[in-house]
Each structure stands twice: as C-alpha cells, then as structure tokens.
Design a protein around this ligand. Structure first.
Ligand SMILES: [Mg+2]
Length: 320
C-alpha cells in the first residue's frame, strides 16, 4: 500500500485484505520511502472484521431496537477537512441519525468540539451531545459544563496568548471554551510543526493545571480534570441503561470510549461493540481494540442507513 509520506509517518494504516474481502489487515511496520515519493508500509498479521461484510453477524450480536448508538464526529460521520470550519457531516449520516434518534433509547455524539458547535454541525436536535471530550453535556437544549474546567479557563487563555504570536504558516489556534486546539494539517511540514508546537506548549503551560493531548494533525490543551470520552460514555450508558451499545470513532481520543463501552458490556453482561474508522492516521490502539473496522465516513453512513432499514418495515413502519 502506498501512502503520502507525511500521512504514513504520522500514523497507522489499515488495509483491506484483498485475499479475504471480509477483513482488514492492520499494522505498522517500518515505513519505506519509494521513488514515487510515497511510503510503503508492511503489514502485521492482525485481522479485524470489516463491518459492512459482517452485518448479519453484527445483527446476531446486537439487539438493534434497544441499543445505544454513540458516535464521534470529525473523521467518523464527517470527513476530515483541511480546516475544521470547512468540515461537514455527511447528509446521509444526518438523515439516518435523525431517524435513529426516534427509534433508539440513546443516540449520542461524543466530540472534541464544543457541544454547541457539535450540535450545530450534526443538526439532529433529539440527539445528546458530549463536547470538549466530556467536559460539556448538551441534551434537550440544556448545556452543562464541568465546573472544574471553567475555573481553569483563565489559564487556558494565558496559554493561547503565549502561543498565538509564534504560530507559523498552516498552523491555527482554535479556542473552544474550556479547551483549545492547535491545528497543523496544512503546515508545509506537519511533523516539524507538531514538534515545534509541542515545545511551545510545554513552555507556555509550565506548572498550570493543564494537559496536552494529540489527535489527527491536532494538539489539544485541556484542563487537568479526570474526564475524557470514556468517562462521558460511561455516564451516558449508566443513565440510559440500553440493551446494548455501539460506539464509532476514528482517533486516539476514542480509545477511552472503546474501553468504557467494553467495560460496561462486561459489567452489565450486555453486547458492547466498537467500530474503528480506519485511516492512515488512525492510532494502533484504536484499531487493535475495535470489534469491527470501516474504511471511512462513507461506510459509517452505509452502516447507519442499514440500521435504519433493519428497523423499518417495507412501508416505513418500525419492525418488531
Ligand atoms: Mg474524530
């Protein structure tokens, strides 16, 4: 598999197993630069089932009508865009989520964006929105923000003021209320930009109660509060008590949610399945802890619409 150098060097690759259309062979092994300016990656023997090729199996494992559906936003139901403000949810995902929010006990979006911004982008009012990696919760028009994070907002603003003047071409700073994100996807040399930005942040944060977390071509600064997508997911499942749970995500911040879903499933003795959205930037921890893999947001869209069809009768009524 050939990939653009920077993409491959920054991440992990999932490759459709051409010898067996039902699986994805996943791995990371010494990238090799080719004459064409691309990077070839060797593959490890790990194999993950391709969700769209295992839908019948999925349906035997998961009670569709009583399941909770939780999904990440960027890179999962919205293709990654060069600039975050240009990203948009796939219309087919929105339509399916709108229908599922009327059919399932819980349909939630768990995002690193502010909850209000995520809600505006997804535009399905009946969904629950978790924003800022669990620091915000928006449901039925009511926004709740973690008070421990609000207290640290001045520290976050100070870090932003310190870093902003040193940003270079292709680097942008996004203030998100109780967190901030540095984007470097469009920097001329993303690897160099990442290392420089991490150094700048280390100096700016100093002893402040803030922490740094990396994602797909982003570095995030969050309050030092024991909250993440995992704790948020755990809370959502505890409150809604569904018959099963499915979580879809594409990045390292979704790994804690995968762990929470699996833990909930073990404790409650209920089906709990996690779907990794593969890309050249997907971290190994995400792919290795997933139950199924899809190739990108378009396949997430196919899965969501399949779920709707399974629950609706031929005349559009609910089956069951
Ligand atoms: Mg994402």
């Amino acid at each position: 598999m050939d990939l653009p150098c920077e993409e491959a060097l920054l991440g992990f690759v999932g490759k459709r197993n051409t010898g067996n259309a039902s699986g994805w062979r996943l791995g990371l092994r010494h990238p090799q630069l080719t004459a064409s300016g691309t990077v070839s990656l060797g593959m490890t023997p790990m194999l993950k089932p391709h969700l769209l090729s295992h839908l019948e199996e999925f349906e035997t494992r998961m009670p569709l009508r009583s399941m909770a559906l939780l999904t990440d936003l960027d890179g999962t139901i919205s293709p990654i865009a060069p600039h975050p403000q240009r990203a948009a949810v796939l219309p087919g995902c929105r339509t399916a989520l709108h229908q599922l929010s009327r059919l399932l006990p819980l349909v939630a979006c768990v995002s690193g964006r502010p909850a209000m911004a995520a809600a505006g982008m997804v535009d399905v009012p009946a969904m629950v929105y978790v924003g800022n990696h669990g620091l915000e919760h928006l449901a039925e028009g009511c926004l709740v923000t973690d008070q421990r994070a609000l207290v640290l907002a001045p520290d976050l603003a100070a870090v932003a003021s310190s870093v902003q003047p040193d940003l270079q071409d292709g680097e942008t700073l996004e203030m998100k209320g109780v967190s901030l994100t540095l984007h470097f996807r469009t920097a001329p040399n993303p690897l160099r930009a990442r290392n420089r930005l991490l150094s700048l942040l280390n100096q700016a944060i100093g002893e402040r109660a803030l922490r740094v977390r990396e994602g797909r071509m982003v570095i995030e600064v969050l309050p030092e509060v024991p909250v993440d997508k995992g704790t948020a997911t755990q809370g959502l499942l505890a409150r809604s008590s569904p018959g099963g749970a499915v979580y879809l995500g594409d990045d390292r911040t979704d790994v804690s949610a995968f762990e929470a879903v699996h833990r909930w499933g073990r404790e409650q003795r209920k089906p709990a399945l996690c779907v990794a959205v593969a890309s050249s930037e997907a971290p190994e921890a995400l792919l290795s802890s997933a139950d199924y893999v899809v190739a990108g947001p378009l396949e997430v869209c196919s899965f969501l619409n399949w779920t709707v069809r399974q629950m609706m009768g031929p005349g559009g009524g609910v089956v069951g």
